[in-house]
Design a protein around this ligand. Sequence first.
Ligand code: MHO
Length: 209
Amino acid sequence: PTTSPPLKSAVFALGCFWRSEAVFGCLNGVLQTTVGYAGGSKTNPEYRSLGDHAESVQVVYDERLISFRQLLEVFWSSHDYRQVFGQGPDVGNQYRSIIFTNGTEESRLASVSKGREQTKSKSSIVTAQIQPLGTFYPAEPEHQKFELKRRPVLLQLMGNLPEEELERSHLAAKLNSYAAELCPPNIQKKIDVKITEIIKKGWPILSDL
Ligand code: MHO
């Protein structure tokens, strides 16, 4: 009998969510990514009025392939968590850094990892917060797979999937990361080669009408 893999989900806030989604999308074991709003109290937030929420990404993963602990490592290594509000040019409460947890074990793992980072960066303060996940509100479609959508050729290679399919697609999560150049270098290269190959091999060229 076929059983579906034990899927788990985790939510992180680490600056602009276009990038956050791309940070996690290429990891082995990550199956789906969705950007949204979390960490605040406003109901039904929207991009232009997100209230006290933070731009976040929800990551659906297969825990046989990747663990919460490993996701935490990626969280810490992929953004500047010493800034109180924001990343680089993006300043504001909506860009704050948060690890969301779903219970005591995840809170414990998050605290341990935060302690470790705090020891590493002695002179600066780790501002990332740890808090239980309340409601995760998915963001508007135009913010989902934002990096991928900037590359129409990639969308076309995927067969121009309807929005709902794109949002669920494992491949889209990966290519979104590739589009942002946030896959590990070897994977980035592998995808480059493959895409070049496909394009060379022959899209039918429209020469005459
Ligand atoms: N500085 C970014 C912020 C977008 S992110 C979804 C921009 O290009 O508007 O907050």
